[in-house]
Structure formats: C-alpha cells, structure tokens
Design a protein around this ligand. Structure first.
Ligand SMILES: NC(=O)c1ccc[n+]([C@@H]2O[C@H](COP(=O)([O-])OP(=O)(O)OC[C@H]3O[C@@H](n4cnc5c(N)ncnc54)[C@H](OP(=O)(O)O)[C@@H]3O)[C@@H](O)[C@H]2O)c1
Length: 252
C-alpha cells in the first residue's frame, strides 16, 4: 500500500516547513516532485537533496498570488511530465490582527495568500488532472479553519482557512466525475518559520497545554502520513473529507 511510483506530485510552499517535509515523504514513497515557492535558492537545495536519493524533481519559482506565474508553472509541469497526479496546496502566510484592528491591506494579503491562491492553483493544475481522468488534491487548511481561538487575533487567517475547508467540499463534489478527489488536512500547532516566534513563548506553551489534549506541539514529519494516505491510490473513495492532525485541539 501507499506506493507512489510513477506518480507526479506538485507541492506549493515546498521551500519550508510542512511543505518541505511532505516533499520528502512523497519522494520516499516513490513519487516525482514538482516543487513550487518564491525562494528559488531553497528549492534548489531541496531538489539536490531529493535527487541524491533518486527522485526526479522539477523546481519552479512561483508566487501563488500571481495568476500568470501559476499558469506558467502548470504549463511547464505538463510539458515535462505530461500529467499531474497529486496536488498539495500548502503555501501560506498570515498577517495576524484581531477584527477590530486589522487593516484592509492585512486582510487582503491573508485572503490572497491563503484562500484565493488555493483556487488559482487548483484551477491551473486541476485542468491537467481532468485531461488524465485522475487526481488527488490535498489542501492544507488549519484547525483554525474549523474553530476560533482565544490566544491571539488571527481573524483573516481563520476566514481564509475556513474558506479552504468548504472550497475542498465544493471541489470534491464538482470534480468527482473526473476521478479527482479533493480533501483537506487541518494541522494543529507545528513549529515552523510561520509559527516559531509565537509557539516558543511561555505564554503560548501554557495556552497550548490547556487546549491541546496531547499536551504538545506536532513534531516534524507528523503531518506526512495524512498527506500520503490522501495522495494514494488506496484513498480512491475518500473525497471531501476534513482530516484534523491537531493533537485533539478541535476535539474539546
Ligand atoms: N505550522 C503550523 O502550525 C500550521 C498549522 C496549521 C496550518 N498550517 C499551514 O501549513 C502551511 C505551511 O505552513 P508552514 O507552517 O510550513 O509555514 P512556513 O514554514 O512559513 O512555509 C510557508 C511556505 O509557503 C510559501 N509561501 C508563502 N507565501 C507564498 C506566496 N505568495 N507564493 C508562493 N509561496 C508562498 C513559502 O515559500 P516562499 O517564502 O519561498 O515563497 C513557504 O514554503 C500553510 O498553509 C499554513 O497556513 C501551518
């Protein structure tokens, strides 16, 4: 089970954190990788690492808020591999403020990066999947897409990720006829470049201990199994599902 040999997996946000970790996991299962992010030096580093283990890798500099760059990346991918089997929408960033303080610019930035990007990337790569009558789309939302929080003001992030959750369901329903599944993973707290400054504070660690039943942050690699499952042939009848990997945060 979970053999991805011959599969082509596209991962946005591959230059760092959870995206980078999932690239390693997909490569270990035998997939070829198309890695997307803005920091091309980071992508080159990852490409070298993966290729040294025999994985075929295409690295493309791509800002996921830029429609032309996304469409170009999809075009290049199709030219090189002729198909896309798996798409992981993982790129994300946030401007964190509460609803009463947030500026229009901060709101627009977060919605563009975390929600509208998922639509644009899915449109571009989903059209390639449709031609091949096969696809596994995996959206990385957040447990913050399912609930609010009392630790900090992150209203635009909650709105974006909530949008990704229901976008997932809509796409699952619409693309099922093309044998394309669309599922969503909602991670809890994982230490990455995005979160480290906040997660490392004593205040936040105390908050986490009271709100995460497992009493700890997610560890490097702990998201991978969920992504591999949803990206596999074996998940052929799983679509529109929202899988939390959050140590129980949304269970209480
Ligand atoms: N860490 C957590 O606790 C946590 C929890 C729930 C959900 N998530 C979600 O998981 C995903 C990955 O986050 P992470 O924690 O791994 O953060 P990270 O280490 O900061 O990685 C974010 C990735 O997104 C890419 N990115 C950001 N803006 C982009 C843009 N405009 N165009 C293209 N790429 C862009 C970055 O690449 P470049 O800067 O090189 O472009 C980077 O590869 C995000 O969607 C995040 O919301 C994370």
């Amino acid at each position: 089970m979970f053999n991805l040999k011959g599969r082509v997996a596209v991962v946005t946000g591959a230059s760092s954190g959870l995206g980078r970790q999932m690239c390693h996991a997909f490569a270990e299962c035998g997939a070829s990788l198309v890695i997307l992010a803005r920091r091309f030096d980071r992508l080159k580093e990852l490409k070298n690492e993966l290729e040294s283990h025999g994985t075929k890798v295409l690295a493309i500099e791509c800002d996921v808020t830029n429609t032309n760059k996304i469409n170009k990346a999809a075009e290049i991918t199709e030219q090189v591999f002729g198909k896309v089997d798996i798409l992981v929408n993982c790129a994300g960033a946030s401007r964190d403020k509460g609803v009463l303080e947030m500026t229009d610019e901060e709101w627009d930035f977060t919605i563009a990066t975390d929600l509208t990007s998922v639509f644009k990337v899915t449109r571009a790569f989903g059209n390639i999947m449709k031609k091949n009558n096969y696809g596994r789309i995996i959206n990385i939302a957040s447990m913050y897409g399912l609930v609010g929080n009392t630790a900090m003001g992150t209203v635009a992030y909650h709105a974006s990720k909530g949008g990704v959750v229901n976008f997932t369901r809509a796409v699952a329903a619409e693309l099922a006829k093309y044998n394309i599944t669309c599922n969503c993973i909602c991670p809890g707290y994982f230490e990455t470049e995005l979160t480290k400054a906040v997660l490392d504070t004593e205040d936040f660690k105390n908050y986490m201990k009271q709100t995460v039943p497992m009493g700890r942050y997610g560890k490097e690699g702990e998201l991978n199994a969920a992504a591999i499952f949803l990206g596999s042939d074996e998940a052929s009848y799983v679509t529109g599902t929202i899988l939390t990997v959050d140590g129980g945060y949304t269970a209480i």
